[in-house]
Write a protein that binds this ligand. Structure first.
Ligand code: SAM
Length: 298
């Protein structure tokens, strides 16, 4: 064992573990997990499979969202007494849509060393194979569970030009894609990265419209774990064009109201910029006028 794999006393190691394939773990992670005095894990029973696979017999303690506040002082006490502790989650990198933030924050505030042992994370695995621009991306984690809050969040993200990355559960994947299509428009490209590193790994890219059709057509594609990636908004397009849904609301309102009022009301409802909606409605009227002229000319 090298000095890099022997845990230092009083140190909190934040250790990444596999997101499916048990072989996806670093030598250093295995050594640290085997040598620390304690492993704090999201679910002790879940982690047992990994630990047994690598013959690791280190004692474990549960640290999850419901007990993190109460457990953190005890873990800090042990670190201050000189124990080395590893933090792991059910899969991937702790704190990435997983527990551990309170412990890491407190340890750092107390001046205790907190050391990363990097490895898998579904967000990076998905980005690395997506085939859409990943030089800049925006990790959104899980969208809100309730439909209204989810739509609002998507509307806020509509003009984001970086690639968007979401975690999604199987029972909400279709609804999420449907709302993304409505808010971002069906032509925007997306990637579904399903069951990464596992037997049924699937990476499928297409327009949001086609992704929705594809996933709705096959039950099997709605099973398992998902990362959803959506290409960022085209800069030019977003400065000119309002969100698809906001335009639709404005258009409906403009059937009854003058363009200024329709744009103002649609902006209030959707969060889109009033000026963009106003320009959109004027553009529509112009197209309609031209259309009727053309017809008359014929
Ligand atoms: N800490 C983990 C990480 O670093 O990726 C994420 C934990 S979060 C509670 C679990 C979510 O991550 C899943 O619902 C799914 O969206 C995504 N995820 C985890 N493993 C995955 C996999 N093998 N394939 C696709 N998505 C995965």
């Amino acid at each position: 064992m090298t000095s890099e794999t022997i845990p230092l006393p009083g140190t909190l190691y934040v250790v990444a573990t596999p997101i499916g394939n048990l072989a996806d773990i670093t030598y250093r992670a295995v050594a640290i997990l085997a040598e620390v005095q304690l492993i704090a894990t999201e679910d002790t029973r879940h982690s047992m499979r990994l630990l047994q696979h690598y013959g690791i017999k280190t004692p474990c303690i549960a640290l999850h969202d419901h007990n993190e506040r109460q457990r953190t002082p005890k873990l800090i006490e042990r670190l201050e007494r000189g124990d080395a502790i590893a933090l792991i989650s059910d899969a991937g990198t702790p704190l990435i849509s997983d527990p551990g933030f309170g412990l890491v924050k407190t340890a750092r505030e107390r001046g205790l060393p907190v050391v990363p042992v990097p490895g898998p994370s579904a967000v990076l695995a998905a980005l690395s194979v997506a085939g859409i621009p990943v030089d800049r991306f925006c990790f959104e984690g899980f969208l809100p569970a309730k439909s209204g809050a989810r739509r609002k969040r998507l509307q806020e993200l509509n003009s984001e030009s970086r690639t968007l990355v979401f975690y999604e559960s199987p029972h909400r994947i279709t609804a999420a894609l449907q709302q993304m299509k409505t808010v971002f428009g069906g032509e925007r490209r997306g990637v579904v990265a399903r069951e990464l590193t596992k037997t049924f790994e699937t990476i499928h890219s297409d327009s949001l419209e086609n992704l929705l059709l594809w996933i709705a057509a096959d039950d099997n594609q709605r099973r398992g774990e998902f990362v959803l990636l959506v290409e960022g908004a085209q800069k030019q397009a977003t400065t000119r064009e309002p969100a698809a849904e906001a335009s639709r609301v404005a258009e409906i309102l403009s059937l009854e109201l003058p363009p200024g009022q329709a744009a103002a009301l649609a902006a209030k409802i959707t969060g889109e910029k009033k000026s963009r909606l106003y320009r959109h409605l004027l553009g529509q009227n112009r197209r309609a006028d031209t259309g009727s002229l053309d017809e008359k000319d014929q």
